[in-house]
Design a protein around this ligand. Structure first.
Ligand SMILES: Nc1ncnc2c1ncn2[C@@H]1O[C@H](COP(=O)(O)OP(=O)(O)O)[C@@H](O)[C@H]1O
Ligand SMILES: [Mg+2]
Length: 440
């Protein structure tokens, strides 16, 4: 099984290694401690055996103090090997035919470890312990040697998990930084605090960002220059077309002239929008003046009232508060005009366009509500892209308006949100531009 995440791989690899090492170490420690305890018990048997061979001790050793019952020794004299009369067992039952030395025997249904010694007078004594008791004591002591290991392993796993997580955090935060980048904010990734292993990676991303930035700049400059260069010939075309109108023309000629004029008008509008976009694409002015947003909005609405009247649309204010914003007044005018123009363009005759300007939560909010069809959800993600006009566009337009509005909002450190009205409240779009209200 292949683990996809680096974090998972590191943790699994280290965990397998630590647990494997711990198992082997634990097994060896247990075995050694166990064998050592058995050896110790044999040594005690030997010593007590010597004692019993030189002195007459018998029965169970007196248990003074709190000697563990399991550790008690049995000391017993054996019948002489050639004794007659009984069938080779002592009165306690230990077989009399045991040979001298250490041995393990089955007696009374139990395994016993027995040491037999022959005294100088020929009598024999046996010292013994049930092996079950000996093993239990040895196991207890062996287990105690591996308890610290058992506590250490979980602690070690927790430490490994924390260290792995901490070490890989710069990677996730780097990915987050990159994800958050928008195509028009291509400043380099910060190098401070980045682990050395990641530095080459960050450096090459930064070089890539620089190249992309340069490419964007070139493209922008080209568009701005082209639009600028085309302005004069287009103006000349418009003048020529106006002149033609005064000439004597057939009915058909007049029709064609009208389509020529609307074509040149569209082109002129496109050029104006492109130039505006190029203007607000470049870096924000470092110290923009404070402009009276309410006055600007009122001016734009007054300009557009005739258009609204032509289309039988009720254009008006819901609420206008006197607010100032740190931005070029021309830019604020372009923003308001584009949004109200969109609303008028997409609202069917008899509809309403409501404009509001107010302060809410430390932000200046400029809001335009219409009763048009709204924007299909599938288009909302791309609607700010230059030249994108949605899957349902109709009528004249360039698809640049909303990109311009967003650039301007960005320059004021503000945000823009498009929201379709819920169906229960009828159709329509709400556009909300929110600009932080700074101390002026
Ligand atoms: N108020 C609105 N109601 C419905 N659709 C809108 C509205 N405003 C903008 N749109 C959609 O967004 C698209 C992009 O708008 P914009 O960038 O201003 O370009 P343009 O107006 O030149 O088409 C429009 O073509 C239209 O499909
Ligand atoms: Mg528009």
């Amino acid at each position: 099984m292949l683990i996809a995440s680096l974090r998972g791989r590191l943790f699994a690899g280290l965990a397998v290694f630590v647990v494997g090492t711990a198992l082997v170490a634990g097994y060896l420690a247990f075995r050694w401690a166990f064998d050592e305890a058995i050896e110790l018990q044999d040594a005690i048997l030997l010593q007590v055996g010597s004692l019993a061979a030189n002195n007459r001790l018998e029965g169970r050793l007196p248990s003074e103090g709190n000697i563990d019952g399991e550790a008690q020794l049995l000391i017993q004299d054996l019948q002489p090997r050639n004794a007659t009369g009984n069938s080779g067992t002592t009165h306690y039952g230990l077989p009399s035919d045991l040979s001298d030395g250490l041995q393990t025997i089955a007696w009374n249904g139990e395994q016993w470890r027995i040491l037999v010694r022959t005294r100088s007078d020929g009598s024999r004594v046996a010292v013994g312990q049930p092996t079950a008791n000996r093993d239990e004591v040895a196991q207890d002591s062996a287990l105690r040697t591996i308890v610290p290991l058992g506590v250490l392993i979980p602690c070690l796993m927790v430490v490994i998990a924390i260290v792995v997580d901490r070490s890989l955090r710069p990677l996730s935060s780097l990915a987050k930084d990159l994800d958050a980048k928008q195509s028009d904010h291509l400043e380099k990734l910060p190098i401070a605090g980045i682990p050395t292993e990641l530095l080459p990676f960050v450096a090459s991303i930064n070089r890539l960002l620089e190249r992309i930035g340069a490419m964007f700049d070139k493209e922008r400059r080209f568009v701005a220059d082209a639009a600028h260069e085309l302005r004069t010939p287009i103006t000349a075309l418009i003048v020529q077309a106006d002149n033609l109108e005064r000439a004597a023309l057939s009915e058909d000629g007049r029709d064609r002239l009208q389509s020529l004029k609307s074509g040149t008008r569209r082109t002129a509008h496109l050029l104006e929008q492109l130039l505006t976009l190029a203007k607000y694409d470049s870096e924000a002015a470092t110290d923009p003046p404070s402009s009276e947003f309410d006055r600007i909005v009122k001016g734009v609405v007054a300009d557009l009232l005739p258009v609204a009247r032509d289309r039988s649309i009720d254009l008006g204010f819901i609420r206008v508060e006197a607010v100032s914003v740190r931005a070029e007044s021309v830019a604020l005018g372009v923003l308001a005009r584009n949004l109200i123009d969109n609303a008028l363009r997409h609202t069917p005759a008899g509809g309403r366009v409501d404009v509001s300007l107010f302060v809410e939560d430390e932000h200046v909010v400029f809001q335009v509500d219409d009763t048009g069809p709204g924007i299909p959800e599938v288009d909302l993600d791309r609607i700010f892209e230059p030249f994108f006009r949605g899957s349902r566009f109709r009528g004249e337009g360039t698809g640049l308006g909303l990109s311009i509005v967003r650039r301007i909002a960005d320059q004021c450190h503000g945000s823009i949100r498009l929201e379709n009205k819920p169906h229960s409240k009828g159709s329509g779009l709400r556009v909300r531009v929110s600009i932080p209200l700074k101390e002026h």
